[in-house]
Design a protein around this ligand. Structure first.
Ligand code: AKB
Length: 337
């Protein structure tokens, strides 16, 4: 008999670490984690970790020979800025890695006669606003609007949303007998902010970087203009969104891809929030035109009405609560003891 598990890929990334801890604290004992990097030692109490590459087919085959995977949280990805430097590698990890896991989940669904649940984090990078005038006119975008990403990462995310939807709705549609399809569910996240990890390789990173630099008493130059506006979310809400979506009854879901968001801030408003807590922080703006162009193509805000209606999504952390109760105390504690 194979052991039933929940598989979490990319566990050593920001969302992965927070997710595995939460899943374990909710009583999930059979967690299997996979990442190209080792898992931080303190997380070994939560899951059985395998260090390996999601592109390694023989590793995936070995996994399914030992484990019956019931749910996959597929967090592994190369983020937007990093992906622009290595677009081919980004395509391999973000698309081919996802495709391999979708195939694995599909085969497992057929084998079990029951769908494997596949939870996929997408991003505001799936959008592409053509110019700032359009960005300000259509500020709270719906899932199907402005799907014209300008980055490799955004293209990868949008395509994988479509692949997941295909495998969960239309796979082998011409076959004589309908196959058992997987249960694909996806959220499009805004920029995420964690008190415990500093992001790396993203383009929304100027927000969290500002905050972590201020707590360390280091000067920081944000790589965007002060008026740059995108939506953000504190990490506990991001984890909560993944958990809520995974717990929703299938018949309540009217879409496979849902926007979720908490609040929208300009870079200058972000700076002001940081200054409220660290009044001596030295933060200025030195826009990098190339990264600026990427953030300008992302929407100023997201319309997440469908997630609210279908599966009861509601952020618990608005701007004040994010900064006052989660970010500032934990970051202070982290750097200043
Ligand atoms: C990035 O900046 O690439 C990510 C994202 C918005 O998905 N944080």
């Amino acid at each position: 008999m194979r052991k039933k598990v929940t598989l979490i890929t990319g566990v050593s990334g920001e969302v992965g670490l927070a997710l595995v801890k939460n899943l374990a604290e909710l009583g999930n004992k059979d967690l299997l984690t996979l990442d190209i990097r080792p898992q931080p030692a303190e997380y070994n109490q939560y899951s059985f970790h395998i260090q390996g590459d999601i592109l390694d087919k023989s590793l995936l085959n070995r996994l399914i020979s030992e484990y019956e995977i019931e749910t996959i949280f597929h967090m592994a990805a190369l983020l937007s800025t990093r992906a622009e430097f290595t677009p081919v590698a980004a395509h391999q990890v973000n698309v081919e890695g996802t495709m391999g896991l979708l195939q694995l989940a599909t085969e497992q669904s057929e084998w079990r006669g029951e769908p494997v649940m596949f939870i996929f984090p997408s991003s505001i990078a799936a959008y592409g606003m053509p110019d700032l005038e359009t960005k300000s006119r259509f500020s709270r975008v719906r899932e199907w609007e402005w799907n014209y990403p300008i980055t490799m990462y955004g293209c990868n995310k949008l395509y994988c949303e479509m692949l997941g939807t295909y495998f969960s709705r239309n796979y082998r549609q011409l076959a004589a007998e309908s196959p058992q399809m997987l249960d694909f569910r996806c959220v499009r996240f805004p920029g995420l902010i964690s008190a415990f990890t500093v992001p790396s390789g993203g383009t929304s990173d100027y927000g969290p970087e500002m905050l972590h630099a201020a707590a360390k008493d280091e000067p920081y130059s944000a790589f965007v203009r002060p008026d740059t506006q995108i939506p953000f979310m504190a990490m506990p809400d991001a984890v909560n969104a993944l958990l809520l979506l995974s717990q929703a009854p299938k018949n309540a879901l009217s879409r496979t891809v849902y926007n979720v968001t908490s609040y929208s801030l300009t870079a200058n408003q972000f700076r002001e929030q940081v200054l409220k807590a660290f009044s001596g922080a030295k933060i200025d703006f030195k826009p990098d035109l190339k990264r600026q162009r990427i953030v300008d193509s992302w929407p100023a805000d997201l319309n997440d009405n469908d997630a609210r209606r279908d599966w009861g999504w509601k952020p618990e952390y608005d701007v004040e609560r994010s900064f006052d109760e989660y970010l500032i105390p934990n970051i202070r504690n982290r750097y200043q003891g």
